[in-house]
Design a binder for this molecule. Structure first.
Ligand SMILES: C[S@@+](CC[C@H](N)C(=O)[O-])C[C@H]1O[C@@H](n2cnc3c(N)ncnc32)[C@H](O)[C@@H]1O
Length: 224
């Protein structure tokens, strides 16, 4: 295996793609998933109207939450101006969004979020950071809280010339290892863990550049 791709180059890739509104092989501009939409529609009055979106990217989930009436703290390593540009100030939901430029693993929980979203971001973190972040989110949960996570596991990445690539410090969970971590950390919560195969193609070569098992976790706090 070659030298790992640095975290700094991952940071630069997203900062550029999102600022320019470029769509990438992973479809950064995609709409929110049906699973997420169904979850959002099912949330009742017992859930605090506060949400956290970790690794918000183009901001699609943040905006959906704000439109649904949540005050949203949106965290990403990229400069916040790309999200602010996407928000229409004239809308009646824009004022609910607070964008923070911060690493997800440095985010300090200090409130009870009714909804926590982390989609396609946690695989970039080190395992200990994923686990301490989720543990801390759970420690602050009071009432009918929902966590919606989509995490890539069992990842194979290839460069355009077919070399295997990995990213410095990434969690690199197998699907089973990730499921076990989730079941341990979300002890006492209602849990759904769905696994699906995922592939992305390099538009230049037509070959797969990314293959993984996507783990979708929907966790509901039972102590509500
Ligand atoms: C694949 S995009 C996902 C964006 C969005 N959640 C979605 O699904 O549409 C990954 C995002 O995670 C961010 N990211 C990667 N590592 C991060 C970290 N350690 N802390 C905060 N953000 C990170 C990137 O800047 C990028 O915006």
């Amino acid at each position: 295996m070659n030298q790992p791709v640095s975290r700094a180059s991952v940071h630069a890739f997203y900062a550029d793609a999102i600022l320019r509104g470029r769509n990438t092989a992973e479809n950064l501009q995609a709409a929110t998933s049906e699973r997420f939409n169904t979850l959002l529609e099912s949330i009742g009055d017992g859930t605090p109207r506060t949400a956290l979106d970790l690794g918000y990217g183009a901001g699609t989930y943040t905006i959906a939450l704000a439109r649904a009436g949540f005050r949203v703290v949106a965290v990403d390593q990229i400069p916040s101006n790309s999200l602010l540009q996407r928000i229409d100030d004239g809308s009646d939901w824009a004022h609910r969004i607070e964008a923070r430029e911060c690493l997800a693993e440095h985010f300090a929980f200090d409130e009870n979020f009714g909804v926590v979203v982390a989609k396609d971001v946690l695989h970039y973190l080190a395992r200990r950071d994923v686990e301490s972040l989720l543990t801390s989110a759970i420690a602050h949960a009071r009432g009918a809280n929902y966590h919606y996570l989509e995490v890539f596991t069992g990842i194979t990445r290839r460069s355009a010339d077919g070399r295997l690539l990995r990213i410095e410090g990434e969690a690199d969970y197998s699907p089973d290892a990730f499921r076990q971590v989730i079941e341990r950390i979300y002890d006492g919560w209602d849990l759904t863990v769905l696994l699906s195969e995922h592939a992305e193609q390099d538009s230049r070569t037509g070959r797969n550049c990314f293959e993984a098992t996507r783990a979708t976790v929907i966790a509901t706090n039972r102590t509500a």
